[in-house]
Design a protein around this ligand. Structure first.
Ligand code: HEC
Ligand code: HEC
Length: 304
């Protein structure tokens, strides 16, 4: 309610609400009036079914009182809760406040449990069914929008179920990825290489994972690769986990392995961004999330 772009709309709503209440009150008053004291009810001039007349008798008292009660309730509600433009209400109630209260209550309830897990070794925790279940619930809440409900990833979002890691799969590194976030920086080479250059380098990159390619193009791409790409992807193209530069020889692709996708990666560059969760979730929850992620790739047989 405090998000109006100008004061005008706030007052517009306050005026509308006040006018509504006042006019309902006036209508009620008007309806309670009837014929003058001692006078006979007058006809309103409407007749149905030959002799059924509309008279100006007042509405029943109990009926009118019900309307007065709803009006008083409405005024009370608008005084206590947000509803009148940007006026926050005397109770200062808000959805955000309500949410924060619930989170606080949940933290109080589960906090000690999370703290206990935080003291445990990640590898051991990854084998603890209860901990992994809790981690899975957190994952469903916070991570599936990007990594998929089964953590299988998608174009631009790494698969967390396999043993292929951009930044490394040892427990501390996985935890660091979640705590601090990651930004993969692959510059675009379209301007430096030109259309043909991009094609040639892409042919070479594809040949690294054993794909049949145009031999001449790949040979000329190889030279460019040695000049421009080895600093990050390594002389053999196996990548560099310190930079999150992917291994280009394993046939696993973050952005897709079609010729078109690889050419696009090289021409325009890629900037994958994994948000940091340290402040948002706190270390104890991240610890459980790391345990869950580790449990996925540690599974000997795939999940049923
Ligand atoms: C500054 C370091 C750096 C340089 C130089 C660099 N890359 Fe990359 N490259 C990366 C990073 C980091 C990623 C992952 C980007 C992400 O995570 O979003 C990447 C991703 C890629 C991808 C996508 C891989 C996939 O799995 O989808 C390809 C293809 C690629 N690079 C090829 C090249 C080629 C060819 C060159 C040289 C012309 C090159 N890179 C130069 C850092 C670099
Ligand atoms: C906004 C989208 C987004 C959300 C939300 C997100 N991630 Fe990520 N995550 C990414 C991207 C993109 C990358 C790859 C970064 C790169 O390209 O360098 C990544 C990378 C990772 C990595 C490193 C993978 C590797 O191969 O080294 C881990 C681990 C990870 N995420 C776990 C999580 C967990 C756990 C959560 C939930 C708390 C989560 N992510 C939430 C987008 C997201």
């Amino acid at each position: 309610m405090a998000d109006f772009t100008s004061e005008f709309w706030s007052w517009f709503i306050i005026a509308g609400a006040a006018l509504g209440i006042v006019s309902m009150f006036a209508l009620n008053r008007w309806m309670s009036g009837g014929p003058k004291e001692g006078g006979k009810p007058k006809t309103m001039g409407h007749v149905w079914d030959e002799d059924l007349q509309e008279l100006n008798n007042p509405l029943p008292r109990w009926w009118l009182n019900m309307f007065y009660i709803t009006l008083v309730f409405g005024i009370g509600y608008l005084a206590l809760y947000p509803g009148l433009g940007s006026f926050a209400g005397l109770l200062k109630w808000s959805e955000v406040g309500e949410y924060n209260k619930e989170v606080e209550a949940a933290d109080k309830k589960y906090g000690p449990l999370y703290e206990k897990y935080l003291q445990e070794d990640l590898r051991a925790l990854a084998g603890n069914r209860e901990a992994v279940k809790t981690g899975e619930r957190l994952f469903v809440n916070y991570c599936t929008t990007c990594h998929g409900s089964d953590a299988g990833g998608g174009p631009g979002f790494p698969n967390l179920r396999d043993r292929d890691w951009l930044y490394g799969g040892d427990p501390q590194t996985v935890k660091a990825s979640i705590m601090n976030g990651r930004i993969g920086v692959m510059p675009g080479w379209g301007a430096a290489l030109g259309q043909e250059g991009v094609f040639n380098v892409a042919e070479y990159v594809l040949s690294l994972s054993g794909r049949g390619t145009n031999v001449n193009a790949a040979a000329s791409g190889r030279e460019k690769f040695q000049q421009l790409c080895v600093a990050c992807h390594g002389a053999d193209g196996k990548g560099n986990p310190a930079l999150g530069a992917p291994n280009l020889t394993d046939g696993i692709w973050l952005y897709g392995g079609s010729q078109r996708a690889v050419m696009e990666s090289i021409e325009k560059g890629r900037q994958g961004r994994m948000p940091a969760h340290r402040d948002f979730l706190g270390e104890a929850k991240v610890h459980l999330l790391a345990a869950y992620v580790l449990s996925l790739s540690a599974e000997k047989s795939p999940k049923p």
